[in-house]
Design a protein around this ligand. Structure first.
Ligand code: NAP
Ligand code: G4F
Length: 324
Protein backbone atom coordinates (compact mmCIF):
# COMPACT_ATOMS: atom_id res chain seq x y z
CA UNK A 1 0.00 0.00 0.00
CA UNK A 2 1.33 3.46 -0.90
CA UNK A 3 2.15 5.45 2.24
CA UNK A 4 0.91 9.03 2.52
CA UNK A 5 2.89 11.79 4.25
CA UNK A 6 1.93 15.38 5.06
CA UNK A 7 4.76 17.93 5.27
CA UNK A 8 4.20 21.34 6.86
CA UNK A 9 6.80 23.84 5.66
CA UNK A 10 7.12 22.09 2.29
CA UNK A 11 8.10 25.37 0.57
CA UNK A 12 11.13 25.71 2.87
CA UNK A 13 14.64 24.31 2.50
CA UNK A 14 14.03 21.07 4.42
CA UNK A 15 10.48 20.62 3.15
CA UNK A 16 11.67 20.54 -0.44
CA UNK A 17 14.43 17.97 0.23
CA UNK A 18 12.12 15.83 2.36
CA UNK A 19 9.42 15.85 -0.34
CA UNK A 20 11.99 14.67 -2.91
CA UNK A 21 13.22 11.97 -0.54
CA UNK A 22 9.72 10.65 0.29
CA UNK A 23 8.80 10.58 -3.42
CA UNK A 24 11.93 8.50 -4.04
CA UNK A 25 10.67 6.08 -1.34
CA UNK A 26 7.33 5.69 -3.16
CA UNK A 27 5.23 7.92 -0.87
CA UNK A 28 2.25 9.99 -1.89
CA UNK A 29 3.33 13.43 -0.67
CA UNK A 30 1.07 16.25 0.55
CA UNK A 31 2.29 19.69 1.55
CA UNK A 32 0.59 22.32 3.69
CA UNK A 33 1.01 25.79 2.19
CA UNK A 34 -0.13 29.10 3.63
CA UNK A 35 -1.79 31.76 1.56
CA UNK A 36 0.60 34.47 0.34
CA UNK A 37 -0.06 37.28 -2.15
CA UNK A 38 2.96 36.17 -4.18
CA UNK A 39 3.53 32.49 -4.91
CA UNK A 40 6.83 31.22 -3.46
CA UNK A 41 7.06 27.67 -4.75
CA UNK A 42 10.53 28.03 -6.30
CA UNK A 43 12.05 25.24 -4.14
CA UNK A 44 9.33 22.74 -5.14
CA UNK A 45 8.35 23.78 -8.65
CA UNK A 46 10.45 20.92 -10.15
CA UNK A 47 8.28 18.35 -8.28
CA UNK A 48 4.98 20.21 -8.17
CA UNK A 49 3.25 17.79 -10.54
CA UNK A 50 4.16 14.88 -8.23
CA UNK A 51 2.84 16.32 -4.95
CA UNK A 52 -0.49 17.67 -3.67
CA UNK A 53 -0.55 21.06 -1.99
CA UNK A 54 -3.21 21.74 0.65
CA UNK A 55 -3.99 25.26 1.88
CA UNK A 56 -3.53 25.76 5.61
CA UNK A 57 -1.71 27.73 8.26
CA UNK A 58 -0.06 26.78 11.55
CA UNK A 59 -2.01 29.66 13.10
CA UNK A 60 -5.36 28.15 12.10
CA UNK A 61 -6.52 25.04 13.93
CA UNK A 62 -9.42 24.28 11.59
CA UNK A 63 -7.20 24.31 8.53
CA UNK A 64 -4.85 21.76 10.13
CA UNK A 65 -7.72 19.46 10.98
CA UNK A 66 -9.14 19.74 7.45
CA UNK A 67 -5.71 19.03 5.92
CA UNK A 68 -5.39 15.81 7.93
CA UNK A 69 -8.91 14.74 7.00
CA UNK A 70 -8.20 15.43 3.33
CA UNK A 71 -4.94 13.53 2.94
CA UNK A 72 -5.31 10.83 5.64
CA UNK A 73 -1.54 10.53 6.18
CA UNK A 74 0.31 7.79 8.04
CA UNK A 75 3.15 10.25 8.75
CA UNK A 76 3.22 14.00 9.47
CA UNK A 77 6.46 16.00 9.36
CA UNK A 78 6.09 19.36 11.12
CA UNK A 79 8.75 21.57 9.54
CA UNK A 80 6.76 24.83 9.46
CA UNK A 81 8.21 27.59 11.63
CA UNK A 82 9.30 31.20 11.78
CA UNK A 83 12.83 29.82 11.59
CA UNK A 84 15.10 32.88 11.43
CA UNK A 85 16.60 33.50 14.87
CA UNK A 86 17.29 37.25 14.36
CA UNK A 87 13.65 37.91 13.40
CA UNK A 88 12.47 36.24 16.59
CA UNK A 89 13.62 39.28 18.60
CA UNK A 90 11.59 41.71 16.48
CA UNK A 91 8.57 39.36 16.14
CA UNK A 92 8.64 37.36 19.39
CA UNK A 93 4.87 36.88 19.75
CA UNK A 94 4.42 35.77 16.13
CA UNK A 95 7.40 33.43 16.48
CA UNK A 96 5.85 31.89 19.59
CA UNK A 97 2.47 31.53 17.92
CA UNK A 98 3.79 29.69 14.84
CA UNK A 99 6.88 27.90 16.16
CA UNK A 100 5.59 26.94 19.62
CA UNK A 101 1.77 26.93 19.71
CA UNK A 102 1.57 25.74 16.10
CA UNK A 103 2.99 22.41 17.30
CA UNK A 104 0.17 22.01 19.83
CA UNK A 105 -2.43 22.86 17.20
CA UNK A 106 -1.09 20.15 14.90
CA UNK A 107 -0.67 17.54 17.63
CA UNK A 108 -4.18 18.18 18.86
CA UNK A 109 -5.56 17.89 15.33
CA UNK A 110 -3.75 14.53 14.99
CA UNK A 111 -5.14 13.33 18.31
CA UNK A 112 -8.67 14.02 17.15
CA UNK A 113 -8.44 13.00 13.48
CA UNK A 114 -6.28 9.85 13.76
CA UNK A 115 -4.06 9.14 16.79
CA UNK A 116 -2.25 6.39 14.84
CA UNK A 117 -0.49 9.04 12.70
CA UNK A 118 3.27 9.16 13.27
CA UNK A 119 4.51 12.70 14.00
CA UNK A 120 7.94 14.31 13.51
CA UNK A 121 8.75 17.63 15.23
CA UNK A 122 11.59 19.78 13.85
CA UNK A 123 13.39 20.62 17.08
CA UNK A 124 16.63 22.56 17.05
CA UNK A 125 20.12 22.76 18.52
CA UNK A 126 19.19 26.40 19.31
CA UNK A 127 17.46 24.90 22.37
CA UNK A 128 20.92 24.21 23.87
CA UNK A 129 21.81 27.92 23.59
CA UNK A 130 24.27 28.78 26.34
CA UNK A 131 25.49 25.23 26.33
CA UNK A 132 25.59 23.21 29.57
CA UNK A 133 27.69 20.43 28.05
CA UNK A 134 30.07 19.88 25.11
CA UNK A 135 29.21 18.12 22.85
CA UNK A 136 25.42 18.41 23.16
CA UNK A 137 23.32 15.24 23.20
CA UNK A 138 19.70 14.21 23.85
CA UNK A 139 20.13 14.51 27.63
CA UNK A 140 21.90 17.90 27.67
CA UNK A 141 19.78 20.50 29.54
CA UNK A 142 18.34 23.34 27.45
CA UNK A 143 19.25 27.04 27.89
CA UNK A 144 17.71 28.86 24.89
CA UNK A 145 19.07 32.31 24.02
CA UNK A 146 16.39 33.72 21.68
CA UNK A 147 12.60 33.85 21.45
CA UNK A 148 13.02 31.30 18.64
CA UNK A 149 14.99 28.96 20.91
CA UNK A 150 12.40 29.35 23.67
CA UNK A 151 9.60 28.55 21.20
CA UNK A 152 11.45 25.43 20.03
CA UNK A 153 11.85 24.23 23.64
CA UNK A 154 8.07 24.50 23.99
CA UNK A 155 7.54 22.58 20.73
CA UNK A 156 9.96 19.88 21.91
CA UNK A 157 8.28 19.38 25.27
CA UNK A 158 4.71 19.48 23.96
CA UNK A 159 5.72 16.72 21.53
CA UNK A 160 6.99 14.60 24.44
CA UNK A 161 3.91 15.52 26.47
CA UNK A 162 1.51 14.33 23.74
CA UNK A 163 3.56 11.15 23.38
CA UNK A 164 3.24 10.46 27.11
CA UNK A 165 -0.32 11.75 27.59
CA UNK A 166 -2.00 10.22 24.54
CA UNK A 167 0.45 7.51 23.49
CA UNK A 168 1.08 9.22 20.13
CA UNK A 169 4.03 8.09 17.99
CA UNK A 170 5.51 11.60 18.36
CA UNK A 171 9.23 12.04 17.78
CA UNK A 172 11.49 15.06 18.15
CA UNK A 173 14.58 15.44 15.97
CA UNK A 174 17.08 17.86 17.54
CA UNK A 175 18.82 18.94 14.37
CA UNK A 176 21.98 21.04 14.30
CA UNK A 177 22.41 23.66 11.56
CA UNK A 178 22.02 22.22 8.08
CA UNK A 179 22.49 24.09 4.86
CA UNK A 180 22.28 23.68 1.09
CA UNK A 181 22.03 25.66 -2.13
CA UNK A 182 18.32 26.05 -1.16
CA UNK A 183 19.10 27.75 2.17
CA UNK A 184 17.35 31.09 2.72
CA UNK A 185 19.57 34.01 1.72
CA UNK A 186 19.38 35.56 5.22
CA UNK A 187 21.20 32.67 6.96
CA UNK A 188 24.94 33.15 7.34
CA UNK A 189 26.18 30.27 5.13
CA UNK A 190 24.06 31.25 2.13
CA UNK A 191 24.65 34.96 2.73
CA UNK A 192 28.38 34.25 2.51
CA UNK A 193 28.29 31.86 -0.47
CA UNK A 194 25.91 34.05 -2.48
CA UNK A 195 27.93 37.20 -1.86
CA UNK A 196 31.27 35.48 -2.45
CA UNK A 197 29.91 34.34 -5.82
CA UNK A 198 28.77 37.91 -6.54
CA UNK A 199 32.19 39.30 -5.62
CA UNK A 200 33.92 36.68 -7.78
CA UNK A 201 31.74 37.75 -10.74
CA UNK A 202 32.39 41.45 -10.12
CA UNK A 203 28.77 42.09 -9.03
CA UNK A 204 29.58 43.15 -5.41
CA UNK A 205 32.59 44.40 -3.49
CA UNK A 206 31.88 43.58 0.19
CA UNK A 207 29.97 41.39 2.64
CA UNK A 208 28.62 42.86 5.89
CA UNK A 209 28.46 40.33 8.72
CA UNK A 210 27.89 40.24 12.48
CA UNK A 211 29.68 37.96 14.94
CA UNK A 212 32.54 36.04 13.30
CA UNK A 213 33.45 34.10 16.46
CA UNK A 214 30.34 32.00 17.05
CA UNK A 215 30.73 28.33 16.20
CA UNK A 216 28.22 26.03 14.54
CA UNK A 217 27.99 22.34 13.64
CA UNK A 218 27.02 22.67 9.96
CA UNK A 219 25.78 19.73 7.88
CA UNK A 220 24.02 19.17 4.54
CA UNK A 221 20.20 19.40 4.55
CA UNK A 222 19.89 16.47 2.11
CA UNK A 223 21.54 14.19 4.69
CA UNK A 224 19.37 15.49 7.52
CA UNK A 225 15.94 14.84 5.93
CA UNK A 226 16.89 11.17 5.61
CA UNK A 227 17.30 11.12 9.40
CA UNK A 228 13.78 12.56 9.85
CA UNK A 229 12.32 9.69 7.85
CA UNK A 230 14.41 7.05 9.67
CA UNK A 231 13.06 8.35 12.99
CA UNK A 232 9.45 7.71 11.94
CA UNK A 233 10.29 4.15 10.78
CA UNK A 234 11.24 3.11 14.34
CA UNK A 235 8.78 1.00 16.37
CA UNK A 236 8.93 3.44 19.28
CA UNK A 237 8.93 7.26 19.20
CA UNK A 238 12.01 8.91 20.73
CA UNK A 239 14.28 11.98 20.55
CA UNK A 240 17.46 12.10 18.46
CA UNK A 241 20.32 14.56 17.98
CA UNK A 242 21.39 14.90 14.33
CA UNK A 243 24.76 16.58 13.77
CA UNK A 244 28.18 16.12 12.19
CA UNK A 245 30.21 16.34 15.42
CA UNK A 246 32.44 19.02 13.83
CA UNK A 247 32.27 22.70 14.77
CA UNK A 248 33.52 25.72 12.81
CA UNK A 249 33.61 29.46 13.54
CA UNK A 250 31.77 31.83 11.18
CA UNK A 251 35.23 33.17 10.30
CA UNK A 252 36.31 29.70 9.11
CA UNK A 253 33.22 29.58 6.91
CA UNK A 254 34.30 32.90 5.41
CA UNK A 255 37.87 31.66 4.90
CA UNK A 256 36.79 28.42 3.19
CA UNK A 257 34.41 30.33 0.90
CA UNK A 258 36.89 32.99 -0.20
CA UNK A 259 39.73 30.45 -0.55
CA UNK A 260 37.58 28.42 -2.95
CA UNK A 261 37.30 31.35 -5.39
CA UNK A 262 40.93 32.42 -4.89
CA UNK A 263 40.28 35.66 -2.96
CA UNK A 264 41.43 37.01 0.43
CA UNK A 265 38.45 37.55 2.77
CA UNK A 266 40.18 40.42 4.62
CA UNK A 267 39.69 42.57 1.51
CA UNK A 268 35.89 42.14 1.44
CA UNK A 269 34.37 41.32 4.85
CA UNK A 270 33.16 44.17 7.06
CA UNK A 271 31.66 43.75 10.51
CA UNK A 272 28.33 45.49 10.96
CA UNK A 273 26.58 45.88 14.35
CA UNK A 274 23.19 45.49 12.63
CA UNK A 275 23.88 41.77 12.34
CA UNK A 276 24.92 41.25 15.98
CA UNK A 277 22.34 39.56 18.22
CA UNK A 278 21.04 40.67 21.65
CA UNK A 279 22.13 37.26 23.00
CA UNK A 280 24.37 34.86 21.10
CA UNK A 281 24.76 31.09 20.98
CA UNK A 282 28.55 30.86 21.06
CA UNK A 283 29.24 27.17 20.48
CA UNK A 284 27.23 24.32 19.05
CA UNK A 285 28.61 20.85 18.43
CA UNK A 286 26.46 17.76 18.54
CA UNK A 287 26.93 14.14 19.53
CA UNK A 288 24.69 12.09 17.22
CA UNK A 289 26.00 8.68 18.31
CA UNK A 290 22.47 7.60 19.38
CA UNK A 291 21.21 8.24 15.82
CA UNK A 292 24.28 6.38 14.51
CA UNK A 293 23.53 3.32 16.64
CA UNK A 294 19.71 3.21 16.52
CA UNK A 295 18.97 4.67 13.08
CA UNK A 296 22.18 3.75 11.27
CA UNK A 297 22.42 7.43 10.25
CA UNK A 298 25.72 9.15 9.42
CA UNK A 299 26.32 12.46 7.61
CA UNK A 300 27.75 12.10 4.08
CA UNK A 301 28.85 15.63 3.14
CA UNK A 302 31.80 17.43 4.80
CA UNK A 303 31.82 21.12 5.76
CA UNK A 304 34.18 22.05 2.90
CA UNK A 305 32.16 20.04 0.34
CA UNK A 306 29.01 21.79 1.53
CA UNK A 307 30.41 25.30 1.16
CA UNK A 308 31.92 24.48 -2.24
CA UNK A 309 28.59 22.98 -3.41
CA UNK A 310 26.77 26.16 -2.32
CA UNK A 311 29.24 28.49 -4.07
CA UNK A 312 29.08 26.45 -7.28
CA UNK A 313 25.28 26.66 -7.20
CA UNK A 314 25.31 30.41 -6.52
CA UNK A 315 27.78 31.06 -9.35
CA UNK A 316 25.41 29.20 -11.71
CA UNK A 317 22.35 31.11 -10.48
CA UNK A 318 24.07 34.47 -10.89
CA UNK A 319 25.51 33.62 -14.30
CA UNK A 320 22.05 32.53 -15.49
CA UNK A 321 20.46 35.71 -14.10
CA UNK A 322 18.07 33.64 -11.95
CA UNK A 323 16.53 34.47 -8.56
CA UNK A 324 18.52 33.57 -5.40
P1 NAP B 1 12.61 27.49 6.28
O1 NAP B 1 13.36 27.32 4.99
O2 NAP B 1 12.56 28.82 6.93
O3 NAP B 1 11.11 26.96 6.02
C1 NAP B 1 10.09 27.24 6.93
C2 NAP B 1 8.79 26.77 6.35
O4 NAP B 1 7.72 27.04 7.29
C3 NAP B 1 8.37 27.46 5.04
O5 NAP B 1 7.80 26.51 4.17
C4 NAP B 1 7.30 28.44 5.51
O6 NAP B 1 6.37 28.78 4.52
C5 NAP B 1 6.63 27.61 6.58
N1 NAP B 1 5.80 28.41 7.48
C6 NAP B 1 6.18 29.48 8.23
N2 NAP B 1 5.12 29.96 8.91
C7 NAP B 1 4.06 29.20 8.58
C8 NAP B 1 2.69 29.19 8.96
N3 NAP B 1 2.19 30.11 9.80
N4 NAP B 1 1.88 28.25 8.43
C9 NAP B 1 2.35 27.33 7.54
N5 NAP B 1 3.64 27.28 7.16
C10 NAP B 1 4.48 28.20 7.67
O7 NAP B 1 13.17 26.47 7.38
P2 NAP B 1 14.09 25.16 7.20
O8 NAP B 1 15.52 25.55 7.29
O9 NAP B 1 13.60 24.38 6.06
O10 NAP B 1 13.78 24.41 8.57
C11 NAP B 1 12.68 23.49 8.67
C12 NAP B 1 12.32 23.34 10.14
O11 NAP B 1 13.43 22.83 10.86
C13 NAP B 1 11.94 24.63 10.85
O12 NAP B 1 10.97 24.30 11.83
C14 NAP B 1 13.21 25.06 11.54
O13 NAP B 1 12.93 25.87 12.65
C15 NAP B 1 13.77 23.70 11.93
N6 NAP B 1 15.23 23.60 12.04
C16 NAP B 1 16.02 24.02 11.01
C17 NAP B 1 17.39 23.87 11.10
C18 NAP B 1 18.30 24.30 9.98
O14 NAP B 1 19.51 24.43 10.22
N7 NAP B 1 17.80 24.48 8.77
C19 NAP B 1 17.94 23.29 12.25
C20 NAP B 1 17.10 22.84 13.26
C21 NAP B 1 15.74 23.00 13.14
P3 NAP B 1 6.59 30.07 3.54
O15 NAP B 1 7.38 29.56 2.38
O16 NAP B 1 5.18 30.45 3.20
O17 NAP B 1 7.32 31.11 4.34
O1 G4F C 1 22.90 31.21 9.94
P1 G4F C 1 22.31 31.72 11.20
O2 G4F C 1 21.32 32.82 11.09
O3 G4F C 1 21.73 30.44 11.94
P2 G4F C 1 21.35 30.16 13.48
O4 G4F C 1 21.04 31.40 14.22
O5 G4F C 1 22.40 29.27 14.03
O6 G4F C 1 19.97 29.36 13.32
C1 G4F C 1 19.82 28.34 12.33
O7 G4F C 1 20.18 27.10 12.90
C2 G4F C 1 19.34 26.67 13.98
C3 G4F C 1 19.91 25.33 14.47
O8 G4F C 1 20.89 25.56 15.45
C4 G4F C 1 17.93 26.53 13.46
F1 G4F C 1 17.12 26.06 14.45
C5 G4F C 1 17.43 27.88 12.98
O9 G4F C 1 16.12 27.74 12.44
C6 G4F C 1 18.36 28.36 11.86
O10 G4F C 1 18.21 27.49 10.77
O11 G4F C 1 23.48 32.24 12.17
C7 G4F C 1 24.59 31.42 12.49
C8 G4F C 1 25.64 32.24 13.23
C9 G4F C 1 25.08 33.05 14.42
O12 G4F C 1 25.98 32.94 15.50
C10 G4F C 1 25.08 34.48 13.92
O13 G4F C 1 25.23 35.46 14.94
O14 G4F C 1 26.18 33.21 12.33
C11 G4F C 1 26.29 34.44 13.01
N1 G4F C 1 26.31 35.53 12.01
C12 G4F C 1 27.33 36.41 11.83
N2 G4F C 1 27.01 37.30 10.89
C13 G4F C 1 25.32 35.85 11.17
C14 G4F C 1 25.77 36.96 10.45
N3 G4F C 1 24.13 35.28 10.94
C15 G4F C 1 23.35 35.84 9.96
N4 G4F C 1 22.16 35.26 9.70
N5 G4F C 1 23.74 36.95 9.25
C16 G4F C 1 24.95 37.55 9.46
O15 G4F C 1 25.27 38.54 8.80
Amino acid sequence: MTKRALITGITGQDGSYLAEFLLSQGYEVFGLVRRTSTVNFNRIEHIQDQITLIPGDMLDQTSLQLALQQCEPQEVYNLAAQSFVQTSWTQPVFTGDVTALGVTRLLDAIRHVDPAIRFYQASSSEMFGKVREVPQRETTPFYPRSPYGVAKVYGHWITINYRESYNLHATSGILFNHESPRRGIEFVTRKVTYNVAKIKLGMADEIRLGNLDSRRDWGFAGDYVRAMWLMLQQDEPDDYVISTGQTHAVQELVEVAFDYVGLDWHDYVKQDPRFMRPAEVDLLVGDSSKAGKQLGWEPQVSFEELIHMMIDADLKILQAGERA
